[in-house]
Design a protein around this ligand. Structure first.
Ligand code: BTN
Length: 256
């Protein structure tokens, strides 16, 4: 009952009016109805307990934005390449957004969607492992699309497609592109073409090769992002040489 031109991503689409979190809903479904078709997608008009990275809260305006979760089973991924799932998803979402916002969509390491120093959306990937391999993966994607205003406390840090384009975009048009690009990058991932993913990721990476100010443990320093290791750590060139950072060890302040 849909017309997405994909083989599997989005072919089983479950639309909900309201849910606590599409990630929670999908994880529940996976545990109750295995085998669930790979590429199954949950989409909700509203989430009342959306979750973000690092136990944070993800808030969204009902009916205006994208809150979705995609079910994948990347059991083929070797342990030392699991960060490439995050890369593939980030590329898919940024390419989808770039169909509507032709210039300026960036990926802020590891997987935030950015437009001119403001956050447009985020990704929360939750994996179930068997041994060292990923048994199932719930890919949560939250994007600010047709929300035109933000509360004062996040107004300086958040933006939306409607704020950028001054017009609204049908959510399903964006979903369609997400499905197409998700399938594309997932197949590249499955083929083990890691250098393609790495190059594409760096070409869209926020602040890549640009001198910026960073903060670690309250200390501000100058640095230039030079790359991302296979395991996902960020490499930054600093006055004291090349340094590597894990997620949340470093904060971006601003471009110099
Ligand atoms: C972040 O930037 O911290 C990640 C935000 C991820 C939000 C999405 S919305 C759909 C899915 N369900 C959730 O509860 N979270 C993700």
């Amino acid at each position: 009952n849909n017309t997405f031109s994909t083989l599997f991503v989005g072919q089983n689409l479950i639309k909900l009016k309201e849910v606590d979190s599409t990630n929670n809903f999908l994880k529940d479904l996976v545990s109750k109805s295995e085998p669930l078709a790979e590429g199954t997608v949950i989409m909700a008009d509203n989430q009342f307990a959306g979750r973000g990275q690092q136990e944070s809260v993800w808030q969204t305006q009902a009916g205006k934005n994208i809150s979705t979760s995609i079910y994948l089973k990347p059991s083929f991924l070797p342990l030392n390449k699991q960060f490439y799932l995050n890369i593939a998803v980030s590329l898919a979402v940024s390419d989808a957004l770039s169909c509507f916002v032709p210039e300026g969509i960036k990926i802020k390491w590891p997987n935030d969607m950015y437009y001119q120093n403001k956050k447009l959306g985020g990704i929360l990937i939750e994996n179930t492992l068997t041994g060292n391999s990923i048994k199932s993966s719930v890919i949560g994607i939250g994007l600010n699309i047709n929300q035109s205003e933000f509360s004062d406390n996040i107004n300086q840090r958040a933006t939306s497609v409607i704020q950028i384009l001054q017009r609204d975009v049908p959510l399903m048009d964006i979903m369609d592109k997400i499905f197409i690009f998700m399938e594309k990058y997932y197949l590249i991932l499955r083929a083990g073409k890691y250098s393609i993913l790495q190059n594409d990721y760096l070409s869209r990476l926020y602040n890549f090769n640009i001198l910026g100010l960073y903060m670690q443990n309250g200390e501000i320093f100058e640095g230039t992002i030079k790359g991302v290791e296979d395991g996902g750590r960020l490499t930054v060139d600093t006055k004291n040489g090349l340094k590597v950072f894990n997620f949340k060890e470093i904060e971006f302040t601003h471009t110099k």
